[in-house]
Every structure is written in structure tokens, then in C-alpha cells.
Design a protein around this ligand. Structure first.
Ligand SMILES: [Fe+2]
Ligand SMILES: [Fe+2]
Length: 489
């Protein structure tokens, strides 16, 4: 069985897996032969593709997921905000995950976007439990984590759906309202004595970031409860890999890469590691392109998430990328740099999440200050098409630029520079120009003192080197908007 994107589906192909529609009933059953009409139907409904059976993919098994009925019960209970129902479902999901080591999350590409809100909550429950299992938590804890996951966004029911589902930019007032949802979720659970305090806390703090830039309290790493850290990672992972009215979905591999980029900054490092171990970067049945130009289908995941066993399309031969010596220097190509459609996808995501950058008059100017040319070039490549990038190789050059041309819209500042370091440069800029321009610090070091120092200096953010292009774009956009977490609203 293998996954075929909708634009490559052809009449006569045999469906390998049921396709569900949004009303939780079966739209098409496995074994059905596709027709032009079916394909057009899938396309019109926003499905990204389907699993089909053919000879080249014979024997490839798509991983098991949570039983559909259980998932549907969860969706129903979320819809009705039925807490007792959610407690039963959380127990059952945890039991499934404990008894079946082979459960993986459903492949995101199969989902269409109009069913997001309720499915998201159940997905976060499932991902959180998978992460908690990797962190070797006991059965009772898995139930708690799962319950917190399925309940985390219940408070959104108290916010008008016109705001929650608004496709464009939120006003500052609307965004403040959206940010109340974690407290509302907490309030819904607060008086229920059957629910552990740990679950309630987890829900309250699921939008807190490691570096203190989250809400509702701006807590920093050691003050954020572990369950909340797990929900946070699961929440962002699901948001990234889901298609929404205002954005395309990331692939699993790119979403994982984004989250890795935020490790230690937004997300707890151990939790990120557990996610990487819990979710394979390339799911069995998906087509990939290798760096030697060969096309292949993922057969099975090995222990190394980025190097699965693949079947070559040309010969039908199976190759284990984690151990086959002929393939040591062959990697799976990232769609990040490869395909134009992915660039478009990221574009749309950038516009969709905020929709703000496009509305500015002229491109925003970003002053990048880094003593290393490689650092400057990496940022220029990541940001060049949307912003006007001004490069400075030292704090002195940066000051000279501002004196001449005025303050930019954003400053990205390397901390470790000879002469004036990043902190000193920022102090100078603030003193001399009375600047409140948002600043993102760049550094190869990642420790608590550094994070705290950046925060004390009033920086909007903190990015680790080497920079990940997708991650940088998101963070830059976020700093320019001064809105955090819009993605997960
Ligand atoms: Fe949330
Ligand atoms: Fe959420």
C-alpha cells in the first residue's frame, strides 16, 4: 500500500484504506476502484491524497492508528464538552497506546480541513500520550496526560467561532480574547473533583514557552509543569501538520524540523526528543526522493527516524538507509529546499497565519548583525524574498547604518561578536536612538542564563545557530507582529 497525492491519482487505481468524510462516516471503502468522479470529489473536498494498492508497494503496511470508533467517540465528547465522556475516552486511548507498541498517529495528509477544531483536541490527546509513553510514564500518568490533551482547548467554546476560525489577521483585542482560552479551559475543569490538579494545571499552561514568551503567565522553563510542556509540543505539532482554511499543512519531517529548531527556546528539550522518537519523520507508504535522484517508497521505520527502510521505484529493491553501506551518504531530500510547491506552501502559511506582512507598505527592513559571513548568508537566504535585508558585520557597522538610514523594522543580533557583543550593541542602539524596534538574538549557546539575559534586555526572541530557514521565518514574522502563538489559535 502506498500514499498517492490527489493530483497523481488515476482512474482504475484500487483504494487501500477507507476514506472518512467529515461526518465520520465512510466516504469510500478500501478495495474500491477509483473513477474520475471519485477523484474529482476527493479533490473538491480538500483531501490531499489516498492510499492505493499496487504491485510496487506490495507488502508495505501502513502503521496502525487509534481505532476509528474510539477517535470518533473522542471527537463527539469534545463537541459536546462532555467531561465524563472525555475521561472515558482518555482512559481508553491510554490503554490502546500501552497495549499496542505499534500505534502511530494518523497520517495528516488524509485529513480535510473543515473538521479541524474537534479533531485537533483528540489528536493532541493522542500525540501527548505517545510522547509521555516515550518518556516512560506509567499508566495512570498516561491517562492524565491524555485527558489534559483532549481537554486543552475546551475553553475555545467560550470564544465566538467567528474569532476562532477567522481566516485573516486578528485584531489585538481579538487576539487577547483568544489568549484567554487556556484559562477558560481550566475554569471548565476547575470544580470537577474527579479530575487531578495536575491535569487542570497542564491545561492552564499549555501555551507557555520555555523562554517566558508564552501565556497566560509568561512562566519560564523550570516553572512550567511537565504535562504542559508535553501538551505544548503536541499542540504545535498538530497545528503545523494540519491544513487550515488559512494555511497549508507542513509535512511530518518539516514540522519535526521546525519543532527541533525551537527546542530549548519554545519547547522543552526532553519533550522534543520524545516527540522525535514517537513520530517517524517519514511514514510508511509515502513517496520520497533520495539525494542521488532515485525515487522510493518508505517501507518501514528503523530506529533512526530520518533513515527508514525504503523501496526503490526503479528496481523494487528494499534498502535500509540506516545500515546499507552503499547508501551511507544518501539522504532523503527535504522538500524544504527542493520543490517550488513547498516554497509556495510556506508562503501561504506566512500570509495565512498573520496575513500581516503582505499588507505593509514596502518590504519591512531587517538589520542583520553577525560577524560570520555564513550566518549572514543563511539569514539572507531564509528571509530575502519577503524582507529587505541589511547586513552588518559588527555592532559599529549596525550603529553607522541606523545613524544614516534610521531604525529598521526588526534587528537580528548575533550575541557572540568580537568588539561590541550583541548585548552591548543593543544597549547602544536603545540609548542612542530611543529604539523600541523588536530584536531577535542569535547564538550558538543555549542555556538558561542566556535566555534570561535576552529576556531582561527586552528581546522578542532568541534563535539558535545554525538557523533553520522555516523556523527563522516564523520567528521573524512573529516578532514583527508581536503576536505569539497565532498558529495554534
Ligand atoms: Fe490552545
Ligand atoms: Fe490547541
Amino acid at each position: 500500500m502506498r500514499f498517492i497525492p490527489v493530483e497523481k491519482l488515476k482512474p482504475g487505481m484500487i483504494l487501500g484504506k477507507n476514506i472518512k468524510n467529515t461526518q465520520e462516516s465512510t466516504l469510500l471503502r478500501n478495495g474500491v476502484e477509483l473513477t474520475d468522479r471519485f477523484i474529482a470529489h476527493l479533490e473538491a473536498r480538500g483531501y490531499k491524497g489516498a492510499y492505493i494498492l499496487d504491485s510496487i508497494s506490495e507488502g508495505i503496511m501502513v502503521p496502525e492508528t487509534i481505532p476509528q470508533e474510539l477517535f470518533d467517540d473522542g471527537v463527539q465528547a469534545v463537541k459536546e464538552a462532555n467531561i465524563e465522556g472525555l475521561m472515558v475516552v482518555a482512559k481508553q486511548i491510554a490503554a490502546e497506546i500501552i497495549s499496542n507498541q505499534h500505534i502511530f498517529p494518523e497520517m495528516q495528509d488524509l485529513r480535510s480541513y473543515d473538521d479541524y477544531t474537534y479533531h485537533h483536541s483528540v489528536n493532541v490527546g493522542v500525540y501527548s500520550t505517545l510522547i509521555a509513553r516515550k518518556m516512560k510514564m506509567g499508566a495512570r500518568e498516561l491517562e492524565h496526560v491524555c485527558l489534559a490533551g483532549v481537554c486543552h482547548d475546551l475553553g475555545k467554546t467560550r470564544i465566538p467561532s467567528t474569532v476562532i476560525n477567522k481566516p485573516g489577521k486578528l485584531t489585538p483585542e481579538e487576539y487577547d480574547l483568544v489568549k484567554q482560552h487556556s484559562r477558560f479551559s481550566y475554569d471548565i475543569l476547575a470544580d470537577n473533583y474527579a479530575i487531578s490538579a495536575k491535569v487542570k494545571q497542564a491545561v492552564l499552561y499549555h501555551h507557555e514557552n520555555e523562554n517566558g514568551t508564552g501565556y497566560p503567565e509568561g512562566k519560564m522553563s523550570e516553572d512550567i509543569p511537565l504535562y504542559s510542556k508535553i501538551l505544548h509540543v503536541a499542540d504545535v505539532y498538530d497545528a503545523l501538520t494540519s491544513k487550515r482554511p488559512y494555511k497549508e499543512s507542513y509535512t511530518t519531517a518539516d514540522a519535526l524540523e521546525y519543532i527541533m529548531g525551537g527546542s530549548g527556546i519554545l519547547f522543552d528539550r526532553e519533550v522534543v526528543e520524545a516527540l522525535l522518537a514517537a513520530v517517524p519523520a517519514y511514514q510508511a507508504g509515502t513517496e520520497v526522493e533520495l539525494s542521488n535522484g532515485e525515487k522510493a517508497i518508505v517501507v518501514k521505520n528503523s530506529n533512526m527516524s530520518l533513515r527508514p527502510i525504503v523501496r526503490l521505484m526503479s528496481s523494487g529493491e528494499d534498502v535500509d538507509l540506516s545500515s546499507n553501506p552503499d547508501y551511507y551518504d544518501v539522504v532523503i531530500e527535504s522538500r524544504m529546499t527542493l520543490k517550488e510547491d513547498f516554497v509556495r506552501e510556506v508562503e501561504r502559511l506566512s500570509n495565512g497565519v498573520g496575513g500581516r506582512i503582505m499588507r505593509r507598505v514596502g518590504d519591512p527592513r531587517i538589520l542583520v548583525v553577525d560577524d560570520m559571513v555564513t550566518g549572514l548568508m543563511a539569514l539572507k537566504t531564509a528571509l530575502n524574498d519577503k524582507f529587505k535585508i541589511i547586513m552588518a558585520k559588527s555592532g559599529m557597522q549596525a550603529l553607522a547604518y541606523i545613524t544614516k538610514e534610521g531604525l529598521p523594522d526588526l534587528i537580528i543580533l548575533d550575541i557572540d561578536m568580537p568588539g561590541m557583543n550583541g548585548f552591548e550593541t543593543l544597549e547602544e542602539i536603545q540609548n542612542r536612538f530611543d529604539s523600541d524596534v523588536p530584536v531577535i538574538f542569535l547564538t550558538a549557546l543555549n542555556n538558561k542564563d542566556m535566555v534570561k539575559r535576552c529576556k531582561d534586555m527586552g528581546a522578542s526572541d532568541y534563535i539558535l545557530k545554525p538557523v533553520n530557514p522555516i523556523y527563522v521565518r516564523e520567528r521573524v514574522k512573529s516578532a514583527l507582529d508581536k503576536y505569539e502563538d497565532n498558529l495554534c489559535r
